[in-house]
Ligand binder design. Structure first.
Ligand code: SAM
Length: 234
């Protein structure tokens, strides 16, 4: 396994978010207790428990392109037949769902592209809830823009424009709270501390990059972060 995966496959989640975010999105989406949910880009499955809390008689299909993440999900949820996890490409979904949940993964496809690709996978009345990089000021500093280097980042109005371009309407949005980032980074720091004493050159580079990311986020967190949007086809 690469140093990157050795670090990240050992985490409970691969990005910021809280169970409260999931509960809030489920309420806005009007999720029924027996809903069929897809977790697109599920990582190691950090949101599955909260998704099942929102739909206790429903199902969660968890998809990620990374095999080691899916193995972790299968191990954690082997005893629960409400959960199905598979390696797959989230741009090519099979099945029909009441909610497509995607935390911190839509930016790999682009908002408009992801929503357009997911339209046929939504049941009538279905919703998509996704968290996405967002600037919370009209004039983000160079440091804040640099935090998302390589990904085009806009503000809430810009994300809404991309949602509309895909033929959806935004029902509600909220900022992923700093607590969601701190929880994620706490797990990352703990895993880094375990790995640091025996780290080779490749692992040292990966750990240094993770620690630099945490410091960078703390410096810009008032200017930029994740916006959680709940959207439905227009
Ligand atoms: C930042 S992580 C977030 C993971 C998880 N949602 C969480 O919050 O812990 C983004 C995930 O998207 C997955 N991913 C990226 N592009 C994908 C694709 N085309 N199909 C499936 N998974 C993808 C990555 O492997 C990664 O696990």
């Amino acid at each position: 396994m690469s140093a990157f995966l050795t670090l990240y496959a050992g985490l409970a989640r691969e990005g910021p978010g809280t169970p409260e975010d999931v509960a809030w999105a489920a309420e806005i989406a009007g999720l029924a207790p027996d809903a069929a949910i897809l977790d697109a880009g599920c990582g190691t499955g950090g949101d599955i428990e909260a998704l099942l809390d929102a739909a206790p008689h429903g199902t969660v299909t968890a998809i990620d392109q990374e095999g080691s993440f899916i193995r972790a999900v299968r191990q954690d949820w082997a005893a629960d037949d409400r959960v199905w996890a598979e390696v797959g490409d989230m741009s090519d979904l099979k099945g029909e769902y009441d909610l497509i949940w995607s935390a911190g993964a839509v930016y790999f496809l682009g908002v408009t592209q992801a929503l357009a690709a997911w339209r046929d996978a939504l049941r009538p009345g279905g919703a998509v809830a996704f968290s996405h990089p967002c600037h919370f000021t009209a004039t983000p500093s160079q440091q804040a823009r640099g935090f998302w280097e390589g990904f085009e980042t806009t503000d809430a109005a810009g994300i809404d424009a991309q949602v509309r371009e895909a033929g959806y309407r935004t029902r509600a949005t909220r900022k992923v709270a700093d607590a969601g980032w701190e929880t994620y980074y706490l797990g990352l720091c703990a895993r880094a501390k375990q790995l640091r004493p025996r780290a080779d050159a490749e692992m040292t580079k990966v750990l240094d990059a993770a620690e630099a990311e945490i410091a960078a986020w703390r410096a810009v967190k008032d200017e930029t972060g994740y916006l959680l949007s709940v959207v439905k086809p227009a």
